[in-house]
Design a protein around this ligand. Structure first.
Ligand SMILES: Cc1ncc(COP(=O)(O)O)c(C=O)c1O
Length: 428
């Protein structure tokens, strides 16, 4: 494939945008080469500026559960736009999408809309701290909750010590209130809780992790966190920015039957427009301004175009009783096909998948946490990534990302993907 126009555009972009991109992972730093510039997308395909077509497994990093340019979303946005693009006043559609979301997701009474997943998670921990009147939070190594300061934290030296900033600009003062635990390791979380009695406001987790590749929770892990939180008056925050309205209509709470105290959303909830949200039972949400003392606001929060896109999306997800099964079947088909292709060629790998999330780790043995994900062979991944790209298959340009399966994918697309893996596997 030729990427001449993408290369020229990237060169131009780098003059005026840091690294040529508005979000770092787009820059291909982890895999090398020049990022391709998207021009348009429809259904399961994205088209670049050079006219190449790719079967898309990124899907805008998650929102496009039903495919690109999903007609009900496109139509809803066009119609809303004609009425004005922002008012800074309440609108009826905000209540409409809130009512629908509350009806789809278990254990929530109220929801507040924001503009991104980052904002949702940032606001959720502020609310948890205000509500519990405690300062510290526990997060898990390898889980991503957006780029607000409290989450850009690496593990400190000892298992039970506080974290350290993992980006310049994050202060030690902020880092000391974030504790890092190992995903799927309940004992580790217990140690942290016991070493910080009465200090932990919240445990925040991706209940199915997607930001170290796809890593589902092991049996009993989420239940264990729930019990621990109940015993210590800690709020359990499910960051369902990736999984919400995706792994089940009610997200992982519904899928696994575990109750979270606060739930964060993003991606699917906005149907491809900039939307995030956080939600909880009344007792917690009523702590938020203007009802309560915890401040949170946004000029464009609940923006009518974003709400129109989100509402069209949630309505479609809610109405489609076969959707989750179809997505799961497609994912399983891909999982088995890729595993066969890699096994035939003797390529060491582990595939994790659940619902419509899947990732190929080029590591042997179970991948259950950040350390086991990090054992993956990055050189193999780079070759795999570029081989797939040249075969017209667009997967995330990092080994630490999940692939997102969209309902727009046909079995022909899946077969083409598996055939590409078979070819590329010969080069690994
Ligand atoms: C689980 C999770 N939480 C939060 C975020 C941050 O969302 P945003 O990029 O919309 O700020 C992401 C983004 O990928 C995510 O995957």
């Amino acid at each position: 494939m030729l990427y001449q126009r993408s290369s020229a555009l990237f060169k131009e972009a780098q003059e005026v945008i840091p690294g040529g991109v508005n979000s770092p992972v787009r820059a291909f730093n982890a895999v090398g080469g020049t990022p391709i510039f998207a021009k348009s997308a429809k259904g399961a395909y994205v088209y670049d500026e050079d006219g190449n077509r790719f079967i898309d497994y990124i899907n805008s990093w998650g929102p496009m559960l039903l495919g690109h340019a999903f007609p009900p979303v496109v139509d809803a946005v066009i119609e809303k736009t004609k009425l004005g693009t922002s008012f800074g006043m309440p609108t009826a559609i905000e209540t409409e999408i809130a009512e629908l979301a509350v009806s789809m997701v278990p254990n929530i009474d109220k929801i507040r809309f924001v503009n991104s997943g980052t904002e949702a998670c940032m606001s959720a921990i502020r609310l948890a701290r205000g509500f519990t009147k405690k300062d510290k939070i526990i997060k898990f190594a390898g889980c991503y909750h957006g780029h607000s300061d409290s989450f850009l934290i690496a593990a400190g030296s000892g298992a039970v010590t506080f974290g350290t900033p993992n980006s310049p600009g994050v202060t030690q003062g902020t880092a000391k209130d974030t504790l890092l635990a190992r995903y799927n390791d309940l004992e580790n979380v217990k140690e942290l809780v016991e070493a910080n009695t009465n200090e932990i406001a919240a445990i925040i987790i991706e209940p199915v992790a997607g930001n170290m590749g796809c890593i589902p929770p092991v049996d009993g892990f989420l239940e264990g966190l729930r019990h621990l939180c109940d015993a210590h008056h800690i709020l359990l925050i499910f960051d369902e920015v990736m999984t919400g309205f995706r792994l089940a209509k009610g997200g992982v709470q519904e899928l696994k039957g575990i109750k979270a105290d606060i739930v964060c959303f993003g991606k699917v909830v906005g149907g491809g427009l900039p939307v995030g949200a956080f939600a909880a039972r009344n007792e917690i949400m009523n702590y938020l301004a203007p009802l309560g003392p915890v401040y949170q606001a946004g000029t464009l929060s609940g923006n009518p175009l974003a709400m129109a896109a989100g509402l069209a999306m949630l309505k479609a997800v809610n109405a489609d009783t076969g959707l989750m099964n179809r997505l799961e079947e497609k994912t399983k088909y891909l999982h088995n096909g890729i595993a066969d292709a890699l096994n035939k060629n003797g390529v060491a790998h582990t595939i994790n998948s659940i619902g419509s999330m899947i990732s190929v780790h080029f590591a042997e043995g179970a991948v259950v946490d950040f350390d086991s994900a990090a054992k993956g062979n990055n050189e193999t991944f780079k070759t795999f990534f570029h081989g797939m790209l040249n075969a017209g298959i667009y997967i995330a340009p990092s080994a630490f990302e999940t692939w997102f399966i969209t309902d727009a994918l046909t079995y022909e697309d899946l077969n083409a993907t598996i055939a590409a893996v078979e070819q590329v596997a010969k080069t690994l």
